[in-house]
Design a protein around this ligand. Sequence first.
Ligand code: DON
Length: 310
Amino acid sequence: MTTRPDLDQIVQDIAGEMLRRPDRGDVARYIPELARVSPDQFGIAVIDADGAVSAAGDCDAPFSIQSVSKAFTLTLALGKVGDRLWKRVGREPSGSPFNSIVQLEREQGVPRNPFINAGAIAVTDVILSGHKPREALGEILRFMRFLADDDAISIDEAVAASEQRTGFRNAALANYMKSFGVIENPVEFTLGVYYHHCAIAMSCRQLAMAARFLAHSGVQPTTGRSVVPPERARRINALMLTCGHYDGSGDFAYRVGLPGKSGVGGGIVAVAPGKASIAVWSPGLDAAGNSHLGRLALEMLVKRTGWSIF
Ligand code: DON
């Protein structure tokens, strides 16, 4: 019989070590509101297959989920249009930074994958089609609240406004895609919804709750509620593994070996299939824009639990 890892002890040890470390990375400075967040924070939450939560550090502090939202908007868009989504966005790693524009010209405005900014903007456009921006955003927020089983989740309007004021790159990506017909709605509507779902504020505990269905073949383990069919959960996980950390995805797979999605707010959601959903947060980023301590924490977690999928 294999012994179950003592998750409470492990997350306490990880938080203790991460809060002590001097190397913390640097916060996202290109979004003014995120540049003000203190890098001296670290949180972790792990939810096992029985629904037991092990959490430590700043695990209940809400933070800007940023690109972590893209795992969930991808889920919603696939629910709406199924495989037709893949006409608008690819499924290959980009090997480029998250806000890069270069591949769009060579590839007729079709972004490499749903997690780079261009791809996520195209996915948001799919969710928006047929709705007003406010309705599309409401749908995304309701989905997050349903998944996390928590109605207190909200959008940080200051972060959304901060990005809306300074998001010239995203505006360039969206306009460029629009010129190829990949974006259907008015660019300012699509970008407005995109900035607002990036600005959803959640804690590690809430994010780990929200990701449970990805760890358990599309089903929320304690309620038995099906969110997506098993093959869809498997495919979303495959995309998180290959593209979830942008041009740091290979290194993340090498070091951690779990499907994961990062955001420039410093959050990472990861799943150990069949075992647990995990969220870590520390605002300091590495050169690829992924949480520095978040990645180290996940590395420590898989070492202690043996949860790497490899
Ligand atoms: O569009 C942006 O640049 C941000 N709202 C999201 C980027 C992001 O989180 C990349 N993740 N590491």
